[in-house]
Design a protein around this ligand. Structure first.
Ligand SMILES: [Zn+2]
Length: 684
């Protein structure tokens, strides 16, 4: 894909969406003027990503903290003082570092989505080029399911039981335990540390060393792990060694009204530390603005695959970035930024401009001052999320949503339309905290507490699509149908194309007396997004209620391809399939349930009957022999067991027939009397 600044390649206006988006991968990087030849020997490459680490919190120029490991490594290579995250959120930013694309190119605009398989990931390319590849990540946000694991022979996203993150020390332990002492192939290793992410809970001695500054204490403790990791890598990785240290985004810490990150595009969250050390990298610092998406190009360059846009080369680029979470979730203005030399522009409804060299705190907006420099075209050429990308993540089940919510990320994804009069996120900072609190409560299904909070937010922000939809759902769950319907109608007017509105309305109807009204709505959702779990689940229940067993079964099978079924769900599917005479599926489902439940499994009678039906007699015998005599339908077990006995021509078949007859109940008496198998059975 070309990245030169040809007018045609850049002419994507705000409304020219879907197909065009993939082409805008790089904004408009100018071709670099000079370059180094590729390294003679391909180095082993270590990429260390430092979550939530501000540019001013690490390195020799950090304020109020010392980070010796980062400093000494950076001193051996090139440190970029004007590096930018393409988006202030973990998953999309890492997707950029691993694909070289901005979010408009790779399509992952916020956490909880996943990277589609059409974009090559750097690990795939290195693996193909003969590298061994491994990754160790420290948060559920980067778990394998979100699409970054491609090409990694090892992808360790193991987290301590019940937790959604692990400490840098634990991640480093895992890496060191794995790191091979000798390997013939060069190694590409990506290690991700999560410690400075909220909540700040630094270990000792860092907690005491930085009293009252837990965020910095977390960074300092992570820095010690960087030291351990780099040292081990340099000792054990084969060949020469190259290292990249980069943060995925910063942290607001209250600047511009933002405590955390993801909602705004100010320096606190997009200006990040970046350093590279390795063959062909002269020591020094660079003040040229660069995007950390070029980590991708740099790794390819070291591997001898492709030199373009490598950070080993001095090149001038207009750096781009975005923060679409408030747009995607609340319908506020989409936010795009461009950094051109010392000037940074933020487009969100209107343009702000700052001189980040003279005014790094971005306190003086010079957009309307006379003599300001012209806007780089790339700012308005940057495409907002396509409708498909804006759609809620399809296959995200309740458990995944809860885990993301435990880390502060809740994806509403109502696919809003761009409204000219939508509020600018920077003007809405007072709502950040209540919105995050309310979303957390919503995901935890604390509806009674959610309602007053959302009703209050709605007074201040009446067109907030995410709030309207979640509030409607909360009212619905609490049985307040009138207010729920009123809000669903409002949501439909705000986001006419959203698949979320018919889905939540369908779920609302599915819960109540008018459940048949849910059918066309849910059918429409499933038709458009076949992976939409909540719609599939509600429709499966309705099909069962309607007696449409085959449809219910097909829906349940689709659901369990998207998420793991529980043992009781497997039992339910087994019984459904049995009633619908789908014997092989019934056997498979019940056996899976038995594997999960062990001795607690209570459906050996059904399983025995199914095996008998399938003429798998030895298995039928085993299953029926497991039915306890306390089973309420034990006479049926005796009857079936006697049938199996005759078919297997067992020596005790007559005794079994006699027992089935003697202990018959109202259900089995006639069956036993009429069973032809029993009439010819002879004692031997
Ligand atoms: Zn992050």
């Amino acid at each position: 894909m070309r990245q030169g600044c040809r007018a045609a390649a850049c002419r994507f206006r705000l409304l020219a969406l879907a197909a065009a988006v993939a082409a805008v991968i790089g904004g408009c990087a100018r071709e670099p003027k000079s370059g180094f030849p590729p390294p003679a020997v391909r180095p082993s490459i270590l990429l260390v990503t430092l979550d939530t680490t501000r540019a001013d919190a690490i390195g020799p120029e950090a304020v109020g903290i010392t980070t010796p490991a980062f400093d000494s490594l950076a001193a051996r290579g090139r440190r970029f003082r004007q590096a930018y995250a393409p988006v202030p959120e973990t998953l999309p930013s890492h997707a950029s570092m691993l694909t070289g694309l901005y979010p408009s190119g790779h399509g992952v605009h916020e956490n909880g989505r996943s990277l589609v398989a059409t974009h090559p990931v750097v690990a795939e390319q290195l693996k193909q080029a003969g590298y061994s590849t491994a990754a160790f990540v420290s948060t559920y946000i980067l778990a394998r399911r979100f699409g970054l694991a491609r090409g990694f022979e090892v992808y360790d996203d193991g987290l301590p039981a019940g937790l959604s993150e692990r400490r840098a020390s634990e991640t480093t332990d895992a890496v060191l335990a794995w790191l091979p002492a000798a390997s013939p192939k060069p190694l590409f290793l990506w290690v991700h540390y999560f410690d400075p992410h909220y909540p700040y809970e630094p270990p000792e001695p860092y907690r005491s060393r930085y009293p009252g500054r837990p965020y910095l204490a977390e960074v300092a403790s992570m820095d010690a792990q960087i030291g351990r990791l780099v040292q081990a890598f340099e000792q054990r990785a084969p060949g020469p060694v190259a290292v990249v240290l980069a943060s995925d985004h910063g942290e607001g810490l209250g600047e511009h009204g933002e405590l955390l990150h993801g909602n705004l595009l100010y320096q606190s969250t997009v200006h990040v530390p970046l350093a590279i050390v390795g063959p062909g990298v002269g020591p020094g610092v660079s003040d040229q603005p660069v995007s950390i998406r070029r980590v991708y190009h740099t790794i390819l360059d070291w591997a001898g695959l492709e030199a373009r846009h490598s950070l080993r080369q001095e090149g001038v680029e207009v750096v781009l970035g975005e923060a679409m979470k408030p747009f995607l979730n609340y319908g506020w203005q989409p936010q795009v930024m461009a950094v051109d030399g010392v000037h940074k522009l933020i487009l969100a409804g209107r343009v702000e401009m700052y001189d980040v060299a003279a005014d790094p705190g971005e306190t003086r907006d010079i957009a309307n001052e006379p003599g300001r420099p012209p806007e780089p075209a790339a700012l308005r050429d940057y495409a907002p999320p396509s409708p498909a990308a804006a759609r809620a993540p399809d296959a995200l089940d309740a458990e995944a949503r809860r885990r993301l919510a435990s880390l502060g990320y809740v994806s509403g994804g109502p696919a809003p339309v761009v409204r000219r009069d939508a509020p600018r996120p920077a003007d809405m900072v007072r709502l950040f905290e209540p919105l995050e609190r309310a979303s957390g409560l919503f995901v935890a299904e604390q509806y009674a507490q959610v309602v007053p909070l959302y009703e209050q937010i709605l007074v201040e922000d009446p067109y907030n699509i995410g709030v309207v939809l979640q509030l409607a759902t909360a009212h619905s769950a609490l049985g307040r149908d009138r207010r729920a319907i009123e809000l669903f109608q409002k949501a439909a007017a705000l986001a006419p194309d959203s698949p979320d509105v018919p889905m939540y309305l369908g779920l609302h109807y599915a819960r109540g007396k008018e459940w048949l009204r849910a059918v066309p709505l849910l059918e429409q959702v499933v038709d458009r997004s076949p992976d939409r779990l909540p719609a599939l689940e509600a429709l499966a229940i309705i099909r069962e209620r309607q007696g449409r067993a085959a449809d219910a079964i097909a829906l349940r099978q689709a659901i369990y391809r998207l998420r793991e079924p529980s043992a009781s769900e497997l039992v339910r599917l087994g019984i459904l399939a049995m009633d619908a005479e789908q014997t092989p599926l019934a056997i498979e489902s019940l056996e899976r349930a038995r594997g999960l439940q062990g001795r607690a499994f209570a459906h050996d009678l059904e399983l025995g009957a199914l095996y008998l039906d399938a003429r798998r007699l030895a298995e039928a015998r085993e299953a029926l022999d497991r039915v306890p005599s306390s089973h309420p339908a034990y006479p049926m077990a005796l009857f079936k067991r006697a049938q199996v006995s005759v078919l297997l021509n067992e020596p005790d078949q007559s005794a079994r027939i006699a027992e089935a007859r003697r202990r018959a109940d109202a259900t089995t008496r006639d069956l036993v009397a009429r069973e032809r198998l029993f009439q010819n059975a002879q004692p031997r």
